[in-house]
Each structure stands twice: as C-alpha cells, then as structure tokens.
Design a protein around this ligand. Structure first.
Ligand code: HEC
Length: 137
C-alpha cells in the first residue's frame, strides 16, 4: 500500500511538473513570435531612416506630403503605389529629368523643389526614394 501511494504521488508530481514546464515554453514562444513580427513592421532600413530625415529636414518635403493623406502634394502611399506599378524611379524623377506620373496638372508646384533635389547626392535621392516607397507597404 505504501509503495502504491508513493507511486501515485510520484506520477502526480511528474505530470504536474512536466505539464507546467510545457506551458511555460508555449508562453515564451508566443511572446517571442509576437515580438519578432512587431519588429519586422517597425524597423526601417538605414536608407529609409536617412530618407525620412531628409524628407522632414533639409528636403522640406513634409510641408506638402504626408504618408496617408493628400496635402498640397499627393500622399506618399499614392506616390509609392504608382511608382511601384510603373516600376519607375523616384530618385531619377528628383533629378529633374523625368515626366510626372502621379498628378501632372500640379507638376509646376513640385518642379520648384528640383532646385533643391538636383543638388542632392545620388545617395540622398535614393534615400528619399527608399523612404517614400516604404510608406506604400
Ligand atoms: C510646395 C509643395 C511641395 C513640396 C515642398 C514637395 N512636393 Fe512633391 N509634389 C507636390 C505636388 C503638388 C505634387 C503633384 C505633382 C506631380 O505629380 O508632379 C508632387 C509630387 C511628387 C512626387 C510624384 C511625382 C510624379 O511622378 O508625379 C514625388 C515623388 C514627390 N513629389 C516627392 C517629393 C520630395 C522627395 C520632396 C522633398 C524633396 C517633395 N516632393 C517636396 C508638392 C510638393
């Protein structure tokens, strides 16, 4: 009888500890997966970060362009969508040698900015492109 009780206790203890351990692993796994998916959405590449800085800083683009809504200029979402569809290059457009694809009727307003963007380096124009396209995802 004593041996039987010991066995029952032993089995109960074993089931208790192992199920408990299993649960903890599940929870940790869930947390880890959630954390990773949040990171992949929010972390920008170095080019996107640089582009954002120029966009909001010396480029002064943010005065006319917002990510989701049309202001003076089209939203970045709309620009990104059209440039992705047409496989065109924003960096090249900012050099001032390309025709407008998004809103040709308002091109004169955008054109004034080429005075600035023409003097940016290729890398700066590519950073702006990376940032604008990142807002279309
Ligand atoms: C004074 C307001 C204003 C500022 C500042 C401005 N934009 Fe624009 N932008 C516009 C308007 C208006 C349009 C729509 C005309 C057009 O499509 O060209 C436009 C269009 C665009 C387009 C789409 C061009 C196309 O193919 O039609 C891009 C890309 C763009 N802007 C990028 C920028 C960047 C990058 C900056 C900063 C260096 C900037 N804009 C600064 C007003 C502005």
């Amino acid at each position: 009888m004593k041996a039987f009780i010991t066995t029952v206790l032993f089995v109960a203890l074993f089931v208790f500890t192992s199920s408990c351990g299993g649960k903890k692993e599940d929870q940790d796994f869930g947390k880890k997966a959630a954390k990773e998916s949040v990171q992949s959405e929010t972390v920008a590449s170095p080019m996107e970060t640089k582009g954002k800085e120029i966009f909001e800083g010396k480029g002064t683009c943010a005065t006319c362009h917002k990510p989701d809504v049309k202001l003076v200029g089209p939203s970045l979402k709309e620009i990104a969508k059209i440039y992705n569809e047409k496989k065109a290059s924003i960096a090249t457009f900012l050099k001032g040698n390309e025709k407008p694809l998004v809103d040709p009727s308002q091109f004169e307003v955008m054109k004034a900015n080429f005075a600035l963007t023409k003097n940016f380096t290729d890398e700066e124009r590519q950073a702006l492109e990376a940032y604008v396209l990142s807002q279309g995802k």
